[in-house]
Design a protein around this ligand. Structure first.
Ligand SMILES: C[S@@+](CC[C@H](N)C(=O)[O-])C[C@H]1O[C@@H](n2cnc3c(N)ncnc32)[C@H](O)[C@@H]1O
Length: 299
C-alpha cells in the first residue's frame, strides 16, 4: 500500500513540501491520485539506480530487465549521451537549456553538467508532465540550484503553445539568444496518432538561429523478442512506448543541420571513455543526434 509518507519520501520531500509552495503541493496531490500503475519516469529512475520509485515501479522494472537484460546499460548510455550533448552545447557558446521530458533528476542533470563547464553562466528550464518528476525537480532545484537560473515547470510536450509560454514565463530563458532544446528519451512515449512531429515543428520555429536540438529515441532497427515484449508491457505504465525507424527519428530534426557524427547510436556520439560501452552499438537501442538551427546566432 502506497501511503502519503511513502509518496513524500519518493518525491524526496519528507516534511518539506509545505516550504516549496503551491506548485509542489499540487503535484503531490496529483501524485497521490496516480500510484495505481507503474510510471515511465519512476521505472527509468529505478533501473538507473535512483530512489524515487514505488513497489509497483520496481516490480515492473525487474520484469523488463528479465526480458531485456541490456535495458539498464542502454539507459545508462542514453544518460551519458545527454551529458556529452550538454558539454558540446556549452563548448559551442550556448548558455540556455530547455529540457523537455527531463524525468526524475538522477546524477548528471543538465544544470549540473552545464555549470561544471561554464560555472554560473547557464540557465536551465526543466519540463516534465509527470507529477513526481516535477515535484522532485522543484525540490532538487530548491536545494542545490540557483533559482534565478534554474527552474522546473510541469507541462505537456504536446500542448506546445502552453509549454513554451510556461518556459518563457519563468524569465529564465531569453528567446532571442541561442537555446539548446533537449528532448531526450521522451518522444518514444508519444503515439504516432498524436503527431509529435507537429509539436516539434513548433518548437523548432521558436528557437533562434544558432540554437541546438538534442534528441535521442528508441529505434526499431534491432528487432528481437525481448524488446518487443518490453515495448508491449509499457502499455501498462503511465506512458506506452512506440519505437520509430531511423528515418522517422531523423524527421524530428526538420531542416536543422546535424552536427557530426550525425544520427548514430548513443555510444557512438561524441567522445566516450574507452570502458563505457562494449559490443555492437546498436544494442544501445537509442538513436541520438544534435542539430543546429541554420543562420548566425543573433540574426
Ligand atoms: C525515460 S525519461 C527520460 C529522462 C531524461 N530526458 C533522460 O533521457 O535521462 C522520459 C520522461 O519523459 C516524460 N514524458 C513523457 N511524455 C511526456 C509529455 N507528453 N510531455 C512531457 N514529458 C513527458 C516522462 O514523464 C519521463 O519523465
Amino acid at each position: 500500500m502506497t501511503g502519503p509518507g511513502e509518496i513524500d519520501r519518493v518525491a524526496g520531500l519528507s516534511g518539506r513540501a509545505a516550504a516549496l509552495g503551491p506548485g509542489v503541493q499540487a503535484s503531490l496531490e496529483l501524485l497521490r491520485r496516480n500510484v495505481d500503475r507503474p510510471s515511465a519516469a519512476r521505472v527509468y529512475d529505478c533501473i538507473l539506480g535512483g530512489v524515487h520509485h514505488f513497489g509497483i515501479d520496481r516490480e515492473f522494472a525487474d520484469r523488463q530487465l528479465e526480458l531485456m537484460p541490456d535495458l539498464r546499460r542502454a539507459m545508462v548510455a542514453n544518460r551519458d549521451f545527454l551529458g556529452r550533448a550538454v558539454r558540446h552545447a556549452v563548448s559551442r557558446g550556448v548558455r540556455q537549456f530547455v529540457d523537455i521530458g527531463s524525468g526524475l533528476p538522477t546524477a548528471g542533470n543538465v544544470h549540473e553538467v552545464a555549470d561544471r563547464h561554464a560555472p554560473g553562466e547557464c540557465r536551465v528550464v526543466y519540463v516534465d508532465n509527470e507529477p513526481v518528476a516535477h515535484a522532485h525537480a522543484d525540490l532538487l532545484l530548491a536545494g542545490t540550484a540557483d533559482t534565478r537560473r534554474h527552474r522546473a515547470v510541469r507541462a505537456d510536450y504536446l500542448d506546445h503553445g502552453a509549454l513554451w509560454r510556461a518556459v518563457l514565463d519563468t524569465d529564465v530563458i531569453d528567446p532571442a539568444a541561442p537555446i539548446c532544446l533537449l528532448v531526450v528519451a521522451m518522444l518514444h512515449f508519444i503515439a504516432p496518432e498524436r503527431q509529435p512531429g507537429n509539436a516539434m515543428e513548433f518548437y523548432r520555429r521558436q528557437l533562434p538561429p544558432g540554437s541546438l536540438l538534442v534528441i535521442s529515441h528508441g529505434c526499431d532497427e534491432l528487432d528481437d523478442p525481448g524488446i518487443r515484449a518490453v515495448v508491449r508491457n509499457y502499455a501498462q505504465t503511465t506512458a506506452a512506448a512506440h519505437l520509430r525507424s531511423r528515418d522517422e527519428v531523423a524527421a524530428f530534426f526538420g531542416d536543422f543541420e546535424l552536427v557530426p557524427p550525425g544520427l548514430v547510436w548513443t555510444p557512438e556520439w561524441g567522445e566516450t571513455g574507452p570502458d563505457r560501452w562494449s559490443g555492437p552499438p546498436a544494442r544501445s537501442r537509442y538513436l541520438a543526434g544534435v542539430a543546429r538551427k541554420p543562420g548566425a546566432a543573433g540574426e
